[in-house]
Design a protein around this ligand. Structure first.
Ligand SMILES: [Zn+2]
Length: 102
C-alpha cells in the first residue's frame, strides 16, 4: 500500500497532505494530532512525524470518517471508538495479507 497524493471518496477527490504538527481548528486543544480532515476543502492532513505505517493507518482512519459522513451516517462520523476499531482492523487486513501489493 503506497500513500496516495489524492484519493476519491464517493466522487469527491480528497488531497492527502503530510504535514508537521497538523492542527484541527475545530479542536484547538488537540496539539500535534495524528491526522484530521477538512471536509469542506476536501483535504486530509497526516502528521509527518509518524512512521510510515502509522501514516497509512491514520489515512484509513480519516477515510472512514469521510465515508461515514459522505454516506449519510453523520451520527457515527465522530465516533472515535468505532472509527479507530474499523481503521486498525482494515489496516491489519491489508498489511497482514499484503493485499493490493503488486
Ligand atoms: Zn478520528
Amino acid at each position: 500500500m503506497r500513500m496516495p497524493n489524492n484519493i476519491r471518496v464517493y466522487g469527491i477527490v480528497y488531497h492527502v497532505n503530510i504535514v508537521s504538527n497538523p492542527h484541527d481548528p475545530e479542536f484547538p486543544e488537540d496539539e500535534n494530532t495524528w491526522g484530521y480532515t477538512d471536509l469542506n476543502r476536501a483535504n486530509i492532513f497526516i502528521n509527518s512525524e509518524l512512521d510510515k505505517n502509522h501514516q497509512k493507518q491514520t489515512l484509513i482512519h480519516e477515510l472512514i470518517h469521510i465515508m461515514l459522513w459522505e454516506s449519510g451516517k453523520t451520527s457515527l462520523y465522530n465516533d472515535e471508538n468505532l472509527v479507530t476499531s474499523l481503521a486498525n482492523s482494515i489496516f491489519e487486513l491489508i498489511q497482514g495479507n499484503s493485499l493490493f501489493v503488486n
